[in-house]
Write a protein that binds this ligand. Structure first.
Ligand code: G3H
Ligand code: 13P
Ligand code: ZN
Length: 332
């Protein structure tokens, strides 16, 4: 059994308090491999940003929980070696039950999400409460994120055919009964790179899809019900067209890609939204650069020369997010 403080990690409590007061959001970046993790740490050190490293069930299957835990320890040491001790959280993304949460907590995560959003309300409350009771009773307090409302979109382990917005009328009861430390809400973001169907969007002069705006009215109602309570946005990739085009230029197919515009995320980050989840944008950046190298250098077969440029691009992407979208830069 490992407790997260032994790994040099922190929970989200203090980070969210500061983010709420400072009008910015902490980046929550998913990782599955070394190059992604290096890109995240290099960017967060260089921009002096706190960071939440997210592992999904899919990441645990792909990379192994012991490897991921030790990578997080390595990330803390790597940041120190680079010269800035940034706060690092290791977070379970979209946990689906008490057993998985316990397993993650006992192997060193400092924060878990329990995603009961697809369950009937009372079942979501009961499941989330059971995870909070376990997580909060540890010697090192583990923070818990719950979710109300259902996001659209498809991922390997996260999928939903029917989305619905968070009902502001439920949030006081949910937060009170469960004891969660933060609440993920549904206000129009969505998982993956095709966040909206083309028929839900308009198109600009170049034929690029323009998505419907986020429901800031629902966010404001929620903020009025639970003032100062940390809110989380999932599905917050912007799906940069430069990467979509690069992937297509080098043989990929990325039809109907559309994300959340950066200025809307910036606006959200200034509110009670203090954690913003980004995965798809990093997948796009990595795929774009790998395709470019493989196409332009057909004789290349050293993985370091194939993945290295992708890692550099990830660093650039994460620095941009921290500095210009989330506003977390300078807040380590
Ligand atoms: O929201 C889900 C994350 O993007 C993780 O995706 O389950 O394919 O690892 P994954
Ligand atoms: P994106 O697919 O928009 O990157 O969302 C990631 C996410 O919500 C991880 O939990
Ligand atoms: Zn998510």
């Amino acid at each position: 059994m490992t407790s997260y403080s032994e790994l040099g990690l922190v929970n989200t409590k203090e980070l969210f308090k500061k983010a709420l007061a400072g009008g910015y959001a902490i980046p929550a970046y998913n990782f599955n491999n070394m190059e992604q993790l290096q890109g995240i740490i290099q960017a967060c050190v260089e921009t002096k940003s706190p960071v939440i490293l997210q592992v999904s069930s899919g990441a645990r299957k792909y990379a192994n929980r012991n490897i991921l835990r030790n990578m997080a320890r390595g990330a803390v040491e790597y940041a120190h070696e680079l010269g800035v001790d940034i706060p690092v959280v290791l977070h379970l993304d979209h946990g689906n039950g008490l057993e998985l949460s316990k397993d993650c907590i006992e192997s060193g995560v400092s924060s878990v999400m329990i995603d009961g959003s697809h369950l009937p309300y009372e079942e979501n409350v009961a499941l989330t409460k059971s995870v909070c009771e376990f997580a909060h009773s540890r010697k090192d307090y583990v923070s818990v994120e719950g979710e109300l409302g259902v996001l659209a979109g498809m991922e390997d382990e996260v999928s939903s055919e029917h989305s619905h917005y968070t009902a502001p009328g439920e949030v006081i009861d949910f937060v009170g009964k469960t004891g969660v430390d933060s609440l993920a809400i549904s206000i129009g973001t969505s998982h993956g790179r095709t966040k909206f169907k083309p028929e839900q969007c308009t198109r600009d002069a170049n034929g690029v899809l323009i998505p419907p705006p986020l429901r800031f009215d629902i966010l404001e109602e929620i903020e009025k019900k639970i003032p100062g309570f940390p809110i989380v946005l999932h599905g917050a990739s912007s799906v940069p067209m430069e990467y979509v085009r690069m992937i297509e230029q080098f043989g990929g197919k990325m039809k109907d890609s559309v994300g959340i515009p950066e200025e809307q995320l910036r606006r959200a980050a200034k509110s009670a939204v203090c954690k913003i989840n980004i995965d798809s944008d990093a997948r796009l950046a990595m795929t774009a650069l790998i395709r470019k190298v493989l196409t332009e250098k057909p004789e290349e077969f050293d993985p370091r020369n194939i993945l290295g440029p992708a890692r550099d691009e990830l660093k650039k992407l994460y620095m941009h997010k921290n500095q210009n979208v989330l506003g977390s830069a300078g807040n380590a």
